[in-house]
Design a protein around this ligand. Structure first.
Ligand code: 5AD
Length: 360
């Protein structure tokens, strides 16, 4: 009996390793095989999965972890996503907007700290019209022509995306959140649709942006099947960047009492995505750093290669509460570059301040 059990375990281990090998070689697996990787409990197999992902990443990017300076420029939002702390109907948070001057100050500080990518992230705030945000992007690019500007500002008309691109924006982050239309409907009010989200991503790609998609891990209603749909969607879209992090409940949202996404599932997905899209830029996100003191490091050791420390003014950081217990000091703060550098060095990596364009 005992012998059979051991035999079975060895066989399963062998199978999982074969799957990892095949994923590494062919960058794809069947749905059933992907599900097996998502649920396996064998610690050694998981270690092997992370190591394989890490090796592939090293083969393209070496020991460099790219740093981006994040500027959270508004927490006003016209949307009402059930998971998000800055949703329109959250009347408990204090709202803020950064002026052109505030944003330039953040960038000046960031530039001196060595950052060469600025990510302007905000709620969908119509105060920043096409022209207003365009002016901010133009100013940033005029002042810092050797820096990349990334926008993370939600859904707008194709013509607006084009306008900001013409102003000099290089990249655009827009997570698809889930590739299953029914699941999308569970996470968002009905005025928001997956169809529109996908059209925006297509549009951004056609316009010429380096594009980032992504999703939350463990969001309410997520299943193995919806995750497979996410992987298939990303496989097809071939985005330059993929942002994934655990869902973390925020107390003033309809999802306040929903369980948090797990570290282990997030790490598996990072590793699988690295093996599926070997050259993709994959951040170890703030959310991952927020659920475990070494979350970012573990993310990197599972295949991530980007970190996005915060450059926002202190007051803004406190008010940009997408979820509870968000970290914004220590290594998460751009001002503490040394701290982050040390953390990377401890795991054998170096923080890289170059623009870090996608290799795809
Ligand atoms: N937990 C984790 N991530 C969240 N986001 C929004 N709310 C939460 C939350 N409660 C993510 C979304 C969004 C990105 C900017 O932040 O995926 O696209």
């Amino acid at each position: 009996m005992a012998k059979n059990e051991t035999d079975l375990q060895i066989k399963e281990c062998g199978n999982i390793r074969q799957l990892i090998h095949r994923l590494r070689q062919n960058h794809t697996l069947s749905d059933q095989e992907l599900k097996e990787l998502l649920v396996t409990e064998h610690t050694e197999d998981l270690e092997y999965l992370y190591q394989s992902a890490r090796q592939i990443c090293d083969s393209f990017y070496g020991k460099k972890i790219y740093a981006r300076g994040l500027i959270e420029f508004t927490n006003y939002c016209r949307n009402n996503c059930y998971y998000c702390g800055i949703r329109r109907e959250n009347h408990k948070i204090e709202r803020y907007r950064l002026s052109m001057d505030d944003i330039l100050k953040c960038a000046d500080e960031g530039y001196l700290l060595g950052f060469r990518t600025f990510v302007l992230q905000g709620g969908e705030d119509p105060y920043y019209t096409k022209e207003k945000l365009g002016e901010i992007v133009s100013c940033l690019k005029r002042k810092y022509p050797n820096c990349a500007v990334t926008l993370s500002f939600g859904e707008w008309e194709p013509e607006v995306y084009q306008y900001w691109y013409n102003c000099g924006a290089d990249r655009y982050l827009l997570r698809h959140e889930t590739a299953d239309p029914l699941h999308y409907g569970l996470l968002h009010p009905k005025e928001m649709t997956l169809k529109n989200r996908k059209e925006c991503l297509e549009q951004l790609k056609q316009t010429g942006y380096q594009v980032g998609a992504g999703f939350m891990v463990g969001s309410p209603g997520q299943t193995l099947d919806t995750l497979i749909q996410d992987l298939r969607y990303l496989e097809k879209l071939q985005p330059h960047m993929i942002g994934i992090g655990p869902f973390i409940p925020q107390k003033d949202t309809p999802f306040a009492d929903q369980p948090q996404g797990t570290l282990t599932l997030t790490l598996r997905l990072l590793a699988i995505l690295r093996l599926m899209l070997p050259k993709v830029l994959l951040p170890a996100t703030t959310a991952l750093g927020s659920i475990h003191p070494n979350g970012r490091e573990m993310g990197i050791l599972a295949g991530a290669n980007v970190v996005m420390p915060n450059l926002s003014p202190a007051q803004a950081r406190e008010r940009y509460v997408l979820y509870d217990h968000k970290i914004y000091s220590g290594a998460e703060s751009a001002q503490n570059r040394k701290d982050l550098e040390n953390r990377m060095r401890t795991i054998g990596y170096e923080l890289c301040m170059e623009r870090g364009d996608s290799l795809m």
